[in-house]
Design a protein around this ligand. Structure first.
Ligand code: DGT
Ligand code: CA
Ligand code: CA
Ligand code: ZN
Length: 578
């Protein structure tokens, strides 16, 4: 049973949380948190690194002691200290701490004074007004607990794309290894590129007499079988993700793919069109409904299904019943932006700040992806934790980039920065330094709690600076972890338009910020969007496809995306002084 980086990361994080509630010393807590982050960010598989005997203590945050712990975890498949500590403490407490951001001392109080051990008990106490009475709590805290509970409900049990994508890739590879399998594809929200998925819906077609269900049950990532049937089975993977697999007849493949891709509301709208034409559409095909005898008209391909109601095929990312059916009917579906349209990445980090690789290594990796340019945008000085760059450091990096560019052809490293937007709306580096650069990604990394109006004004003031190019991760949300700060996005988009600024779709699977809806708002207002990875390691450059997913869900075409432009045009668009 191999242990993934992600699992080790989770074990260390959970251990740190428990230590903190228990009141252990902060130094030890932080050591585990740091190690969790390091392991989570490794580009190689931890189990393979251990097997090869690589020296893990050479990575930041991993000392000899933690290295030994990792080796034990990989060998045993579990973290014994964590299991012991869990037996000692109620697990609902950890969940409460994660969701509500309550410190360990207050969690202890809740536990000791009110006997609270689970989120449900917490909710009951908050609704009965018993929390505001406790020392160190107040009416405001009580209210934010109730709001926080609403938040877990909506995110509960949804998985981020990085996990879903890895699980999907491995599973499809495994299924296709069975020779009798003809097609294996993932439908559902995963195919529509939603920002999170509840489960994976797999469709399989196969030869007669295939034992594909047995093959599926024998998959070594299966933790437990939920249901098993001849044509439909469900399992829970070790990651906690559920997989529903359906075996469909070849002639129904298109109809089933359409049905199980959803969304439900899109399907309902398509079926309503069918009813008007006296047709019936279900997961088996398209049938004529007049008279007593049903006749099968179509179902091999999705295109046939759409054509039967007079529509062209619609990209899965658009299938949310947000106007795509009307657009299809009128022949004005967008031609969605694709990976091949992307000419470069405009937000990347190197090991000069908090990235893991050198500028040369990052640039070479971007070039291997077929890009024409890549902007290096390390952090600015205020982010001391990330070793943010001071003016002199920026100058040095500029010289380094000039050296690299003078030696390379057909690829350009752009001089950039991810500069902090300070509380008063000024930028975290002097204008004369910023002016030397090709591209400035400007981001909020502090004071997330300002009232919406103030936060919006702060960002617009920053946009007033002609050095402002791209608003980085515009809402600051972290999926399943924290909501974005309060901003008036429409106002920001309009301000960007007036000032020739752009907004980012940050492709990091924890961010996906702008999301699909705001991306559409930007497009509707003719503000270009930059789809960036915010890569901190070589493999992060592949996150582009997650950002593309949001862009496509937001109806973006090639012309709506800044980094589809050829270099010369891009540089022109980034120079506001012209
Ligand atoms: P998720 O799993 O919450 O991320 O989102 P979906 O869209 O993958 O939802 P899921 O897994 O419950 O169902 C997969 C697809 O199956 C869904 O997009 C449309 C189809 N479907 C499921 N239930 C129904 C239903 O009651 N009626 C119709 N028309 N379609 C359904
Ligand atoms: Ca699903
Ligand atoms: Ca499902
Ligand atoms: Zn940032």
């Amino acid at each position: 049973m191999p242990v993934s980086n992600n699992e080790v990361e989770k074990m260390f994080d959970e251990f740190a949380d428990l230590l903190e509630i228990k009141g252990e010393n902060q130094f030890r807590v932080r050591a585990y948190r740091n190690a969790a982050r390091t392991v989570g960010g490794l580009s190689g598989d931890i189990d393979k690194m251990v097997a090869r005997g690589e020296r893990l203590s050479s990575f930041t945050g991993i000392g000899k002691d933690l290295e030994n712990k990792i080796v034990q975890i990989v060998k045993a498949g579990r973290f014994e200290l964590l299991e012991d500590l869990k037996k000692e403490m109620p697990e609902g407490l950890v969940q409460i701490m994660r969701v509500f951001g309550l410190g360990p001392r207050r969690i202890k109080t809740l536990h000791e004074k009110l006997g609270i051990k689970t989120p449900e008990e917490l909710e009951a106490a908050a609704r009965n007004g018993r929390i505001k009475e406790l020392p160190g709590f107040g009416r405001k805290t009580e209210q934010s607990i109730i709001e926080g509970l609403g938040r877990i409900r909506s995110t509960e049990g949804r998985f981020k794309l990085q996990l879903a994508d890895r699980a999907a890739g491995l599973l499809l590879e495994y299924l296709k290894a069975e020779k009798t399998v003809r097609q294996a594809v993932i439908a559902g929200s995963y195919r529509r590129c939603r920002e999170t998925v509840k489960d994976l819906d797999v469709l399989v077609t196969c030869d007669k007499g295939s034992r594909v269900m047995d093959h599926f049950m024998n998959y070594d990532n299966v933790e437990k079988v939920i249901a098993r049937g001849d044509t439909k089975s469900s399992v829970l993977l070790r990651s906690g993700l559920q997989v529903d697999l359906r075996l469909v007849p070849q002639e129904s493949y298109g109809a089933a793919l359409h049905y199980f891709t959803g969304s439900k509301s899109h399907n309902i709208a398509v079926r309503a069109m069918a009813v008007k034409k006296k047709l019936k559409i279900n997961e088996y095909g398209v049938f004529s409904e007049d008279g007593r005898r049903e006749k099968r008209l179509a179902g091999n391909t999705e295109e046939e299904v759409y054509n039967s109601v007079g529509l062209p095929w619609i990209d899965p990312e658009l299938r949310e019943d947000r106007g795509e059916i009307e657009a299809a009917r009128q022949g004005r579906l967008p031609r969605l932006v694709k990976q091949e349209d992307i000419r470069g990445d405009l937000h990347t980090h190197t090991n000069r700040t908090d990235g893991k690789y050198s500028l040369e290594e990052m640039a070479a990796a971007a070039q291997r992806l077929g890009y024409e340019y890549m902007a290096v945008t390390d952090h600015s000085q205020r982010l001391t934790m990330a070793h943010g760059l001071k003016p002199a450091d920026v100058k040095e990096q500029i010289r380094q980039i000039d050296r690299i560019n003078s030696q390379s052809r057909g690829f350009r490293v752009l001089k950039g920065i991810e500069v902090d937007i300070l509380e008063d709306g000024t930028l975290d580096l002097p204008d004369e330094i910023l002016r030397e650069l090709d591209v400035r990604v400007c981001s909020v990394h502090s004071k997330f709690n300002l009232p919406g109006k103030v936060q919006t004004e702060r960002i617009i003031r920053a946009m007033d600076n002609p050095n402002f190019n791209i608003l980085g991760h515009p809402t600051g949300r972290l999926i399943n972890e924290r909501p974005g700060y309060e901003v008036d996005m429409e106002k920001l988009i309009k301000a960007a338009r007036e000032r020739k600024c752009y907004l980012e779709i940050n492709s990091y699977p924890d961010r996906l910020d702008l999301n699909d809806i705001y991306s559409k708002t930007a497009r509707d207002n003719k503000v270009l969007v930059a789809i960036n990875t915010d890569a901190h390691s070589l493999s992060d450059l592949d996150f582009m496809r997650f950002g593309l997913g949001q862009a496509r869900r937001g109806w973006l075409e090639k012309k709506d995306v800044l980094n589809t432009c050829p270099l010369e045009e891009l540089l022109r668009l980034l120079d506001r002084r012209r």
